[in-house]
Design a protein around this ligand. Structure first.
Ligand SMILES: Nc1ncnc2c1ncn2[C@@H]1O[C@H](COP(=O)(O)OP(=O)(O)OP(=O)(O)O)[C@@H](O)[C@H]1O
Ligand SMILES: [Mg+2]
Length: 235
């Protein structure tokens, strides 16, 4: 495994993480979650991020999703230094470029599956008339079109996770960040999600970062990285 501490030029990279460090202060000491991490991700790639619980995988993904700032270092997304943008600019960038599958799924409760998928489309200013086709297409990708008018409260854990994946796809983002998107799925549905990820990146424009504990799902990715003691290694 190679330590990705050494910076390499990122010509053509969709995501460039440069010398990134993230610390948390727990009142007693500084915890180094990321230590001088460098990573270039190119269109067409699916990058697995593995590592033990608490190793910083979700923190790293939150930084890539511009929900969290690193303590130091740079983050270039689609050629733009996103840490230099103001809050409005960052929100706009996130809305238009990033699809995020949260570890906790985070569906809108007391809302239907349709409403859950419509939300990012409204937020991105997609016309009402164009929304049903996009929502149906995203649900078909995860085999859930028959649940379109179901309340999210009445879904199983695996169905919720598949709705969360469909919601991240519906905006056709350039970068999809998925935090354990197959963690609650059986093998066949896990592979279904990975099949669709492979199909999405085959356009040569999109890249996906997948946090996973499952070596079988990681093997479906084009690259495998792992975080240990704040250091990102590539297999
Ligand atoms: N807001 C916070 N303040 C202080 N420490 C935090 C905060 N958020 C996370 N941490 C700590 O940072 C470390 C990394 O957490 P993170 O959630 O990124 O891990 P993870 O690799 O995603 O773990 P898991 O596999 O269990 O989801 C943990 O030690 C965690 O306790
Ligand atoms: Mg996590």
């Amino acid at each position: 495994m190679n330590n990705l501490a050494a910076s390499t030029p990122g010509i053509g990279a969709l995501v460039q993480v440069i010398d990134m460090t993230k610390t948390y202060n727990n009142g007693l000491e500084l915890i180094y979650v990321l230590r001088n991490v460098n990573l270039n991700i190119y269109p067409g790639e699916i990058v697995a991020v593995m590592g033990p619980s608490g190793s910083g995988k979700s923190t790293f993904l939150f930084i890539l999703g511009i929900f969290l700032h690193p303590t130091s270092g740079s983050y270039i997304l689609g050629g733009q230094d996103v840490l230099c943008l103001d809050r409005t600019g960052q929100a706009e960038f996130r809305r238009n470029r990033v699809g995020f599958v949260f570890q906790s799924c985070d569906l809108l409760e007391n809302s239907t599956v349709y409403e859950n998928l419509e939300f990012p489309l409204i937020y991105a200013g997609i016309d009402r008339a164009d929304r049903p086709a996009r929502i149906t297409a995203a649900l078909e990708r995860v085999n859930l079109e028959h649940r379109i008018h179901h309340s999210s409260n009445r879904l199983s854990g695996g169905e919720r996770q598949r709705v969360a994946v469909a919601r991240a796809l519906v905006n056709q983002p350039q970068v999809i960040l998925a935090d354990e998107p197959t963690g609650q799925l059986d093998r066949s549905h896990g592979h279904l999600v990975m099949d669709h990820f492979a199909e999405i990146v085959s356009d040569g424009k999109t890249a996906i970062v997948v946090v996973t504990h499952d070596p079988e799902m990681a093997a479906r990715c084009t690259r495998i990285c792992s975080l240990r003691d704040g250091v990102l290694y590539e297999q």
